[in-house]
Ligand binder design. Sequence first.
Ligand code: C2E
Ligand code: MG
Ligand code: MG
Ligand code: MG
Length: 278
Amino acid sequence: KKKGKNNFSLFDDIMHKELLEEHQLTADLNRALNAGDEIVPWFQPKVDSSGRLIGFEALARWHHPERGILNPVSFIELAEKKNLIVPMSDQILMKACSQMSSWRKEFSIESWTLSVNISQSQLAMGNFPEKVANTLAETGLPASVLMLEVTESVIAESIETSIQQMSRIRAMGVRFSLDDFGTGYSSLSYIRQLPIDELKIDISFVRTLLSNPETRSIVKVILLLADALSLDVIAEGIEQEEQLQALGELGCTRFQGYFFGRPQPPELIIEKLHAGYE
Ligand code: C2E
Ligand code: MG
Ligand code: MG
Ligand code: MG
């Protein structure tokens, strides 16, 4: 009995600490969003089968004054919970487009694309299509450069609205990629209805590709499906040469992963662009 009680108060202490922690981080997040320069996009290369760059995916990083550089796992969920995900993601979209636009002016990367992740609440906002249009106008980025990444769960939350919103944005020339593909519960008929241009094979398939014959078959089916629906395919999370080779043999032609480059701050990307990244 006594031990049980002690365990319980220990549990209370932990809960209390977590609440304080969350409270502090929420205050920090609010401050960061107001300051406007702490949460920024880093950029991860996307490459074709010959290893040449075809663009970047923007991934949010928080330069926290005390905690250092934070990855999205440590703040995206909190941002969702505290209704800060929309302002946060809007900032990332604006900064990523602005960065890409200025790189396009300096380097010959006309055909490169910029992928930006968007959240459910962002897509659900009635004015999101206008926001995208304004962002493109303000940054001078051509619509054809921008690809918005959504997950199946983002769309499934309110499928009718999502499809409407995506169609309006797609009409401007912006493309959509279905992120983490294969991890959701989408039926074939559902996928067919979606106004998307690309499937992004989830990292979990790449991770087990070499060890699990079933994964190989699944990836094969995804590539066939994409072909049947005239969708592009990109695989994410390639860390080894052997994974690249296996994916290549199956017919995949676009890749992303640590093997080609980690997400990097814009300063590093600029250096590499100067050094002749292409
Ligand atoms: P995601 O869009 O599926 O992004 C891929 C994640 O895998 C990124 O994690 C990336 O850094 C990581 N990754 C890339 N290559 C490799 C690899 O070879 N090996 C391994 N182990 N990991 C790799 P990150 O940057 O921590 O982002 C996590 C998730 O947070 C993203 O998943 C995306 O859903 C979300 N996210 C990131 N930035 C934003 C944003 O600006 N807005 C919104 N709404 N969500 C974002
Ligand atoms: Mg993504
Ligand atoms: Mg993904
Ligand atoms: Mg993901």
